[in-house]
Ligand binder design. Structure first.
Ligand code: GTR
Length: 380
């Protein structure tokens, strides 16, 4: 079947009809935190697992951490860089994830921690001081520990090699399942193992933790934050299709396009929605809502039309209803998306739309860190 050319014309976006967050699959109206947390949230999580990201197995036989101090003189405010080998064993096989952690010089008590899920090589990010994709200096100078791992360690970002990590070694049965774990799920799983490490070490204050991902990494960060409530804040930077953006708008990247270019990111089940977004019994506002009432930040950039900034905003606006209507955490996000204005919003939900292209920039980090400071200081 020929693929459609991507649509960037707002006038032919289908009228938005989103599945209702506040009615359960059995038709029960969801009006309380109790029914949300015990009925609706679990069924939505299960729906995303079955249809989109796959199962997220958390069983293994053993996890261990080997810490190695590495000298780094590249960064003024960094006292110490550590490389931690996280070794996870299951059924006689093992996988190692290399987690890099930068700690500030000035440390008072345990550290709030920021983790980036990276699909770029970590050595490149570290050595290139000017590159703000992982803004080490900016994060550390504000008193946070900055951590990063390369998704390559858990599931290579490659159609032919994605299973050469935890899927082949730890969870081979997942590969046989139409709703089995695939690439994005594996990356989320990797971030969860980093959290296991932070929890094991008193240097970190995991009640003050933020998981960040850009684009494909943002999709994984959202799936991680939806499942793993240990993260205080989840940040999606320009995650687009299969991330924060609503699929039913069919604007920019579509379900068919992403399933064709990156079939190994999602379950086999997700392919049934190629060119059939209207038949999806869910949309991405539901994924965002699973992070409530914890901190959620969605960022977009104006020239990143492929990721559909408007679709990301509308998704966030709909998810915000769970914060305001169920958790009594009022949101004042503007009701209408304005593509021309640099918007910047901080409450229990953070949002910005910035000038420029698809990237993770110093500006983005500054805003995420403002949000984290605001949220974390309220916890004191
Ligand atoms: C694109 C892909 C997007 C997004 C992006 C990225 O090629 O279509 O979904 O993930 O890559 O990760 O930068």
């Amino acid at each position: 079947m020929a693929q459609q050319t991507p649509n960037y014309d707002e006038s032919i976006v289908p009228p938005l009809s989103l599945p209702d967050l506040f009615v359960s699959q059995k038709g029960i109206p969801i009006r309380s935190v109790d029914t949300w947390e015990n009925e609706r949230r679990p069924e939505l999580l299960a729906l995303f697992a079955t249809e989109v990201y796959g199962q997220l197995p958390t069983d293994f036989d053993k996890i261990s951490f080997v810490e190695k101090k590495v000298e780094s003189h590249l960064y003024e405010s960094v006292a110490q860089m550590q490389e931690i080998t996280i070794k996870v064993e299951r059924n006689g096989n093992a996988v190692n994830i290399n987690l890099f952690v930068f700690k500030p010089k000035e440390v008072r008590g345990s550290l709030p921690v920021v983790l980036l899920i990276s699909h770029r090589k970590v050595s490149e990010l570290i050595e290139n001081v000017e590159d703000k994709f992982f803004a080490i200096e900016d994060i550390v100078s504000r008193g946070f520990a900055a951590a990063v791992f390369d998704v390559e360690d858990v599931s290579p970002d490659d159609k032919n090699r994605f299973s050469h990590g935890i899927l082949d070694q730890l969870y081979p049965e997942q590969l046989q399942m139409s709703d089995g774990m695939r690439g994005l799920g594996a990356w989320a799983w990797g971030a969860m193992r980093a959290m296991d490490y932070f929890e094991s070490n008193a240097d970190f204050e995991t009640e003050k933790s933020m998981v960040v991902g850009h684009s494909r990494g943002g999709k994984a960060a959202l799936w991680c934050g939806a499942n793993d409530t240990r993260w205080t804040i989840t940040v999606s930077n320009e995650s687009g299709c299969g991330g924060a953006a609503l699929s039913k708008r069919k604007y920019g990247e579509t379900v068919e396009r992403i399933n064709t270019s990156f079939p190994f990111w999602f379950t086999d089940n997700f392919k049934q929605y190629n060119s059939k977004e209207e038949s999806m019994p869910f949309d991405q506002h539901m994924l965002l809502s699973l992070i409530s009432p914890r901190g959620l930040y969605v960022a977009s950039s104006k020239d990143d039309q492929w990721a559909d900034p408007k679709g990301e905003y509308l998704s966030l606006l709909n998810a915000a209803r769970v914060y305001s209507e169920l958790y009594n955490s009022p949101q004042d996000l503007p009701k209408i998306f304005n593509p021309d204005v640099n918007t910047n919003h901080l409450s229990s939900i953070g949002y910005h739309l910035r000038e420029g292209e698809h990237d993770l920039s110093a500006y983005d980090w500054e805003r995420f860190l403002d949000f984290a400071e605001m949220k974390f200081s309220a916890l004191k």
